[in-house]
Design a protein around this ligand. Structure first.
Ligand code: SF4
Length: 82
């Protein structure tokens, strides 16, 4: 998920994974989902537009975020990053 309060719209996550993240009109990153509306909520991978994103890329995107606004959970809901 993405913490909207932390996101500064730096867009490094989009540079790493453009088919998974996009900026909303408020310049905050949201997850691209197959069905609207885009959201930064905890989203199951199956709902993501880009289901092909692998864990490594997702983690890389999270690590690229200067404010650590991208919080990554595993399937059991355990926080992996940061
Ligand atoms: S890298 Fe972080 S701060 Fe930049 S747009 Fe993505 S979530 Fe927001």
């Amino acid at each position: 998920m993405i913490d909207r309060n932390l996101c500064i719209g730096a867009a490094s996550c989009i540079a790493v994974a453009p088919s998974t993240f996009e900026l909303d009109p408020d310049n905050k990153a949201v997850l691209r989902r197959r069905s609207a509306p885009p959201t930064s909520d905890a989203t199951k991978r199956i709902d993501l537009e880009d289901q092909a994103i692998d864990d490594e890329t997702l983690l890389l995107a999270a690590k690229s975020c200067p404010t650590q606004a991208i919080i990554v959970f595993d399937e059991e809901g355990k926080q992996i990053y940061p």
